[in-house]
Design a protein around this ligand. Structure first.
Ligand SMILES: [Zn+2]
Length: 627
C-alpha cells in the first residue's frame, strides 16, 4: 500500500480500524524513530510504564507497518499535505488502520505530537512534580487518531516564576512545560539596554548622542534619531547575533526622559506637539496622531533588525512596547522585530484593543506580558486572580483576535492556590478554544478519583462558579463578591469550610494511592493558611511573643513545602521575607534566626510525613473550633 495515498485518504475522513500498539503487555508494532531522538525515547519510556511493553528501536522499512515518530523528511515515501502550514511546531497524529504516525516539519512539533498522544492515552501532568503525574495502567493500547494541530499562540507560550526556583522545582517545571506543549520557537528575552553605549564615558565625549530632555542634553536616554547611535547599536547587535543569541533586546533604559531634539521631532511633520500620558504627541498634517518616542525608537529598532537580518536572517530583535512607547508607530516594522506589550503601563490614548490591533498591523510578532501571579500582590493566597479559567479564556481569546502571537506570564511556584488556573492556561495557550468545563472536569476526575465531587466544591469555594464541571452543583456561599477585591482575605469560616472539604476528600481517597498524595498536598497548603491565620490572631492580641512564634511557625513550615511546588518559598524565605512581615519589621530586628535567607527560620526543609500531617490536621481542627 502506498503510504502517501493513505494520508490523502485519511484527510478525507475515512473510517478505519483501530491500530493496536500493545496487546497484553507486548508490543505489536515496531517503533521507527526518525532524526529527533528525545520524543521517540520518551514515547518508548512512557509506553513501557503504562503497559510494560518494551519497544526496541527499529530501522524503518519502506511501506512497513509501525509507529513512525519524527520529521516528515525522515521517512521517504511518507507525505503530509501542506507541510509548510505546520510551521515550527505543528504536527499530525494519525492512524491509517495499520500504522500510527507522529510527524512534524520541525523537531518541536515531534515532541508536541508525542505529548498529545500520551494525553489521549490518559496521561496527565497537571502540576509539576511526580505527585501530580498520572500514568494509567493499560495492558492493551489501541486507538484511531486523525489530528492535525498548530498552536494558537505560535511565537511563545510561557509561564515563569518571578522569584525563580530551586533546582528541583525548576526541573519539575521544565517537565511540566514539555508535557503540556508550552514553549515556542522563539526564546523571548527582552530587557532594558543601552544598545552598546556607555552613558558615563560616551556622554562626556558625545553629549549630542544623548537625549535633549527638559531643555538640555542628559544621559537619561540615547537620541534615537542620531546616526552614530544607530551605528553603535547595529555593531552591538551584530556582535550579539554572532554569539548565537536568538533574540537581541533593543528596549531602552528604564524610566522616562526621552529625546525631543529637532531631528527627533521631525516625525511630527509640522504638527503642534502636546503633552499627554507623560509623553509627547502631535497630530500630523495627514491627521494621524504620532508619539515622538514611538516614532524614533521603533524606526531605530527596525533599522537594527534590518541590518542584523542581512547576516543573521533568523535572529529576532525584541523590544518592549509600553510606557512612553506604548503608542504604535505610523509605519510597518521589519518582520524580524518582536514587540512585547502589557495590559498595564499604557501611555497611549488608544484602547487596549486598538493598540493591539495596530501593533499587529505594524509587525508580524506581537507579544503580551501577563501577570498570572506576583508574590507581593497575592502572597500565595487561595484565590485565583487572573487565572480564573473562564476569565482566562476570555482574555486569551481577546489577545488572539487582536494579533497577539506570544504570551509571557509572570507566575509563582504556588500550585496549591493557582495550579488549576495554570494548567487550564497551558491548554488554552495551545488551543484557545479548548472546552474549559471539560478540562476542569477531567482534572477533578483524574486527579482525585472518588473525591472528584468534593474537590470540585473545594475549588469552587476559592475560584467561583467558573470551575464547576457541571451545571446544578450547589454554589458555595460568598461567590458573588468581586474576586479581586477579596483576593487576599481569608476568613476563619473560609478555612473551616475548606478543612471540611479536604477532610471528606481525604477519607474518600484513603486507599487510593496517587489521589491520596494529591489531596494531602492541598491539606499541607491548608495547614499553611491556618498558620497565617494564627499570625493575624496574634497581631490582634498584640502579644509580641505570640506574634514572633506565629511568624516562626509560618516561615519554618512554609520552607518545608519547597519541594512540593505548593507555595513559592523562594520569596518567602528570601527577598520578600521582610515584605511579607512588614508590619513586624521592628520586632523581627531583634531575632537573629530571622535575619538571613538560608539560615535560622528561613530554610527549605522536608515536607511533613503522612503521620505528621494527620497530627497537624487534628490540631487545625481544634484551632478552627470544628466539631
Ligand atoms: Zn533626538
Amino acid at each position: 500500500m502506498n503510504l502517501a495515498a493513505a494520508f490523502i485518504l485519511l484527510s478525507c475522513g475515512a473510517v478505519q480500524d483501530p491500530v493496536t500498539l500493545v496487546r497484553e503487555g507486548k508490543p505489536t508494532l515496531p517503533l521507527f524513530a526518525g532524526s529527533v531522538a528525545g520524543p521517540a525515547d520518551e514515547l518508548r519510556k512512557v509506553l513501557k510504564e503504562l503497559s510494560g511493553a518494551e519497544f526496541a528501536p527499529s530501522k524503518p522499512e519502506r511501506g512497513a507497518a509501525g509507529i513512525y515518530v519524527g520529521l516528515v523528511a525522515d521517512f521517504p515515501g511518507l507525505e503530509v499535505e501542506r507541510p509548510a502550514d505546520l510551521g515550527l511546531e505543528g504536527f499530525v497524529l494519525r492512524t491509517d488502520g495499520k500504522s500510527l504516525f507522529l510527524l512534524a516539519r520541525e523537531a518541536p512539533g515531534v515532541q508536541h505530537a508525542v505529548s498529545t498522544l500520551l494525553h489521549r492515552l490518559g496521561c496527565r501532568w497537571y502540576f509539576p512534580g511526580k505527585t501530580w503525574e498520572i500514568l494509567p495502567k493499560l495492558a492493551t493500547i489501541q486507538g484511531t487518531w486523525n489530528e492535525r494541530q498548530v498552536p494558537s499562540f505560535a511565537t511563545q507560550r510561557l509561564i515563569w516564576y518571578g522569584f525563580g526556583a530551586t533546582r528541583k522545582c525548576a526541573d519539575d517545571l521544565a517537565e511540566w512545560n514539555r508535557h503540556n506543549r508550552m514553549g515556542g520557537p522563539v526564546q523571548v528575552s527582552i530587557g532594558h539596554t543601552w544598545h552598546g553605549l556607555d552613558p558615563e564615558r560616551d556622554f562626556k565625549d558625545h553629549p549630542e548622542w544623548f537625549a535633549l530632555s527638559g531643555g538640555k542634553r542628559q544621559p537619561s536616554k540615547p537620541c534615537y534619531s542620531h546616526p552614530d547611535v544607530l551605528r553603535r547599536a547595529i555593531d552591538h547587535a551584530l556582535k550579539e547575533a554572532a554569539h548565537g543569541r536568538g533574540m537581541i533586546t533593543m528596549s531602552p533604559p528604564d524610566g522616562l526622559g526621552y529625546c525631543e531634539c529637532e531631528r527627533c521631532t521631525v516625525v511630527f511633520q509640522g504638527g503642534a506637539p502636546y503633552a499627554s500620558h507623560s509623553t509627547t504627541f502631535a497630530k500630523r498634517p495627514d491627521g494621524l496622531v504620532v508619539n515622538v518616542t514611538s516614532e524614533t525608537l521603533f524606526h531605530f529598532v527596525s533599522e537594527v533588525a534590518k541590518a542584523v537580518a542581512e547576516k543573521h536572517p533568523k535572529t529576532v530583535v525584541g523590544c518592549y512596547a509600553y510606557s512612553a512607547y506604548s503608542h504604535p508607530p505610523s509605519f510597518k516594522l521589519h518582520p524580524n522585530v518582536f514587540l512585547q506589550t502589557t495590559t498595564a503601563f499604557r501611555r497611549t490614548p488608544l484602547t487596549l484593543e486598538e493598540q493591539l490591533k495596530t501593533f499587529g498591523e505594524r509587525t508580524a510578532q506581537v507579544g503580551i506580558r501577563e501577570y498570572y501571579s506576583v508574590y507581593q500582590w497575592d502572597w500565595d493566597g487561595p484565590h485565583p486572580g487572573t487565572v480564573e479559567p473562564l476569565k482566562l479564556q476570555k482574555t486569551l481569546r481577546f489577545f488572539r483576535q487582536n494579533n497577539v502571537t506570544s504570551v509571557n506570564a509572570e507566575a509563582c511556584n504556588n500550585w496549591a492556590p493557582r495550579g488549576l488556573g495554570y494548567y487550564v492556561a497551558s491548554q488554552l495557550l495551545w488551543d484557545v478554544n479548548a472546552d474549559v468545563r471539560l478540562l476542569v472536569r477531567d482534572f477533578y476526575e483524574k486527579a482525585f478519583g472518588p473525591a472528584a465531587r468534593v474537590m470540585e466544591r473545594y475549588y469552587a469555594r476559592w475560584y467561583g462558579a467558573g470551575v464547576q464541571a457541571r451545571d446544578g452543583t450547589e454554589l458555595p456561599k460568598g461567590q458573588a463578591e468581586d474576586e479581586d477585591k477579596k483576593a487576599q482575605r481569608v476568613t476563619a469560616d473560609d478555612l473551616r469550610a475548606a478543612w471540611r472539604d479536604l477532610d471528606e476528600a481525604a477519607r474518600q481517597v484513603r486507599d487510593v494511592p496517587g489521589c491520596r498524595e494529591r489531596v494531602d498536598h492541598l491539606r499541607m497548603y491548608l495547614h499553611y493558611l491556618v498558620l497565617r491565620h494564627r499570625l493575624e490572631e496574634a497581631q490582634r492580641s498584640k502579644d509580641e511573643k505570640a506574634i514572633l512564634e506565629a511568624i516562626r511557625a509560618e516561615t519554618v513550615y512554609g520552607g518545608r513545602l519547597t519541594d512540593t511546588n505548593m507555595i513559592h518559598t523562594r520569596p518567602l524565605l528570601g527577598k520578600a521575607f521582610l515584605r511579607r512581615f512588614k508590619s513586624f519589621e521592628k520586632l523581627l530586628a531583634g531575632v537573629p534566626e530571622a535575619q538571613e535567607a538560608g539560615k535560622g527560620w528561613r530554610q527549605a526543609g522536608a515536607a511533613p510525613t503522612r503521620e505528621e500531617l494527620e497530627t497537624l490536621w487534628q490540631e487545625d481542627k481544634q484551632a478552627l473550633a470544628i466539631r
